[in-house]
Design a protein around this ligand. Structure first.
Ligand SMILES: C[S@@+](CC[C@H](N)C(=O)[O-])C[C@H]1O[C@@H](n2cnc3c(N)ncnc32)[C@H](O)[C@@H]1O
Length: 206
């Protein structure tokens, strides 16, 4: 999949945002009755959902705009047919704190401030499990997440995280407009990361 532009959805200056066209395609394809978005960020999913006529969709983020909702500690509303989530890619872009995207201080439960990779994965698992638990039977969790390279080491978040539900689809999305694209590559990291993963997990009927 490739979306070179992001459309007039959300806020283009919110770093690490995603294209609204991706969320639009997902909603138009699956047509969920109840849509919930985790890690709503700058409101890309919110704007798409309203444009498509959703009046009941729920959008949650730790930032002020989406209710300071803490996915690690707060209870998720139950009953979604589809949850879209776009978590931080470990600490590659930091969200809370001065000079970042929101707030004066880093928030203690902001996933993008976790330095230790194992701890990041463990907390992402907690959230993924919670999302799965909140789905209706037959519902889907669509997660958009990238890979990370740090100090020459490659981290595959999708490989390391626990998968909840049955994998229905794994899509590769070309990455556009990232700061990494302007980076000079050395012999240690000469292959740029130019893709992200979209994984669709279904909660099967038993
Ligand atoms: C990759 S961004 C999402 C961008 C969004 N898709 C957009 O287009 O604007 C990840 C988001 O995760 C949020 N976040 C980090 N830790 C969180 C937590 N514990 N609970 C809820 N949201 C969290 C950050 O505030 C940030 O907005």
């Amino acid at each position: 999949m490739s979306y070179p532009t992001r459309g007039h959805y959300g806020n283009f200056s919110y770093r690490g945002n995603c294209s609204g066209y991706l969320i639009k395609d997902i909603l138009n394809y699956y047509r969920p009755r109840n849509f919930l978005e985790c890690f709503a960020g700058s409101g890309t999913g919110f704007d798409v959902a309203r444009e498509l006529g959703y009046t009941n969709s729920i959008h949650l983020d730790l930032n002020d705009r989406f209710g300071n909702f803490n996915l690690l500690t707060d209870e998720l509303p139950k009953g979604a047919d589809l949850v879209f989530s776009h978590p931080p890619y470990w600490d590659i872009i930091q969200y809370s704190g001065k000079d970042n995207m929101w707030g004066k201080e880093p928030h203690k439960d902001d996933l993008s401030h976790i330095r230790d990779y194992e701890e990041f994965i463990q907390k992402l698992n907690l959230i993924n499990k919670k999302v799965y638990g909140s789905l209706n039977t037959g519902g889907r969790h669509v997660i958009l997440i990238g890979d990370v390279r740090k100090k020459g080491k490659y981290y595959s978040i999708i490989k390391d995280m626990t998968w909840y539900g049955e994998l229905e689809a794994h899509l590769i999305k070309a990455q556009h407009n990232t700061r990494g694209q302007s980076k000079k590559y050395t012999r240690y990291n000469f292959i740029p990361i130019a893709h992200e993963h979209i994984m669709v997990f279904v909660k099967p009927h038993v």
